[in-house]
Design a protein around this ligand. Sequence first.
Ligand code: ASP
Length: 312
Amino acid sequence: MDAATAAAYHVSLARSLEAGAAVLSKGGRSIDAVEAAIQVLEDDPLFNAGRGAGFDDQGRNEMDAAIMDGATLEAGSVAGVSATKNPIALARAVMEHSPYVMMVGPGADAFAVSQRLPQMPPSYFFTEMRWQELLGVLRTQGKPLPSRPPGVPAAPRAMAVSPMTIPHRVAPFAHRFGTVGAVARDVHGDVSAGTSTGGMQGKLPGRVGDSPVIGAGTYAANDACAVSATGVGEYFIRLDAAKEICALVKMKGLTTSAAAEHVIRGEVAKLKGGEGGVIVLDQKSDPVWSYDTLGMFRARQVEGGAAEVEVK
Ligand code: ASP
């Protein structure tokens, strides 16, 4: 990645952290901090979530998101939404304004309309960078290339592709960078978690990853911890990875760091093709992360301390 792109990611992560910290420093709830931090990243085209989401193999956006309140164990999630500007806000609305935990597809977008959550055309979510990445994935897989979504600028004659966007492996799960997530603890000691993603580039329509699956990619319970995951969703779902980390903290008394390392570097990495990372926070210690991917852009801040932002 060139220095300008790295700097842009840095700024965006710092802004997301600030949005969460602004809620918490006013005595706000961790669930509000999580939603605020994630919305900043969803609105930023750099990330594979909300604006900037990746595409399925038909060139459509199908976004997934989840949020969970560790104080009450209430949760909301959505999968395969294509028009809702902020899928994390929709997940929150499912949690608070419906009797359900999970909604999918056009029904979920329709619920967003009923909740007056902004809807956007495909051109809003489109970024040239992700589109070129998609074409690279589909070419590698020998699949037909979809036409560009309506209302987007004409294809550039030439495109400089950063190293990050070049598929580095011919594997079905190699193309899945840019998922966003947040965990937070508030003045009451309540923890919350949230995750939002466009999922795997070039996925089949209808494929759902771990991010919106409570317990797999997102989980929070005050008596254990809050977790948001990124990685190959199919492994995180089968291992119930987020809940597994929390179970190790709760039942075996592991630190969040030891539990995260055990699940990410042990259980996920042990499965062929499994890789990913998590951010984890409990009621007593500072936030931690663990990953075994090429990198995981991340940021954290504790009360009274400086913001720490890592773009690598
Ligand atoms: N976990 C996401 C999914 O499987 C992708 C990612 O985090 O990169 O959809």
